[in-house]
Design a protein around this ligand. Structure first.
Ligand code: SAH
Ligand code: AVI
Length: 309
């Protein structure tokens, strides 16, 4: 990871001083966090990854039929290579693949896996934040772009922030370019709850690992085992919320400051917003796109929406 900047330090401390305290969800993804996320995707309870993968396999041709031959594929928060490879299988003569990820290890693995599976395809990885302008630099100017925001990672943004982000992304696209947006759909709360409370405790370990990452990155002394994993579906906001609950009152030193955490004020580590099919045209319109196609799996648990810029 790159050096800690003063902005990051100030943002972290400001978040932890809020009531309730919060940590930005991107801090989950250090080396171990990316490995734990990968393990989550293989738990029986976490349906999104395998549902999205089978959706791409089953309906990828309908999506690809709307994408120009020779397009550039840009993937936001690529994680593992599986879904990109499933999509590339359907695209007509893709010109280049740009995976973008803040996790160096995940990005390296994906780059190598795609290069191995498709040696003819140019792979141009970007290590860093997908909100940065430079993540979209040096792409062929004469090729259409397909931006794939996979994994329902958009759900980890607050709804207003999601619109703002998609708008900023729209400004980096030309007319006729496309966005393939993966969203997890509202469903039986029991299924949602189980997906973030797997019996093997992998999600709990993923949640607590954020504190270990903060310790190494910011010189903090959190004891991750002094916190409990809490994840629940909040139906009014239509989102899963993940928190870390201190078992007792705790003083923690973070980036040279001392902060107190109490059981009545858990640390909010992640929200994972769920969508309905009715949300999608509205989301497209508010963000400056036209919704062109929405496909779901047979149980309508997960959707891919193709938005045209
Ligand atoms: N799309 C993959 C991975 C989802 S996990 C899948 O569906 O399986 C979320 C991924 O996004 C992680 O690999 C994480 O490192 C990355 N990520 C999260 N926030 C990011 C940001 N702001 N910029 C770039 N990558 C980010
Ligand atoms: C990456 N993101 C879409 C995952 C999600 O489901 O919100 C991260 C995750 N958090 C807990 N389990 C998985």
């Amino acid at each position: 990871m790159a050096e800690v900047t003063e902005v990051e330090r100030a943002e972290l401390l400001a978040g932890l001083r809020q009531s309730p305290p919060r940590i930005a969800a991107r801090y989950f993804y250090d080396r171990l966090g990316s490995q734990l996320f990968d393990q989550i995707t293989r738990t029986p309870e976490y349906y999104p990854t395998r549902t999205e993968l089978s959706l791409l396999k089953a309906r990828g041709d309908e999506i690809a039929a709307r994408i120009s031959e020779g397009s550039v594929l840009v993937e936001l928060g690529s994680g593992s290579a599986d879904k990109a490879l499933a999509l590339l299988e359907h695209l007509r003569k893709p010109r280049l693949y740009r995976p973008i990820d803040i996790s160096k290890e995940a990005l390296g693995r994906t780059t190598r896996a795609v290069q191995r599976a498709r040696p003819q395809l140019e792979v141009s990885p970007y290590w860093g934040d997908f909100t940065a302008e430079s993540a979209y630099a040096e792409l062929p100017a004469d090729a259409r772009r397909l931006v794939y925001y996979s994994g329902s990672t958009i759900g980890n943004l607050e709804r207003a922030d999601a619109v703002a982000f998609l708008r900023a992304l729209r400004a980096r696209l030309g007319p006729g370019d496309a966005l393939l947006l993966a969203v997890d759909l509202v469903k039986d709360p029991g299924l949602l709850h189980a997906a973030y409370n797997d019996a093997a405790g992998v999600t709990a370990a993923f949640n607590k690992n954020v504190l270990r990452h903060i310790n190494t990155r910011f010189g903090a002394d959190f004891d991750p085992d002094a916190f409990e994993h809490l994840a629940f579906y909040e139906p009014r906001m239509r989102r899963i919320e993940m928190h870390l609950v201190p078992r007792t009152e705790l003083d923690v030193s973070i980036a040279g400051e001392r902060l107190r955490f109490v059981p009545s004020q858990p640390i909010h580590t992640e929200s994972s917003h769920k969508f309905t099919l009715d949300d999608l045209p509205n989301l497209a319109q508010r963000s400056g796109y036209t919704s062109e196609l929405v496909v779901t799996d047979p149980l309508a648990w997960f959707a891919e929406a193709l938005f045209r810029a």
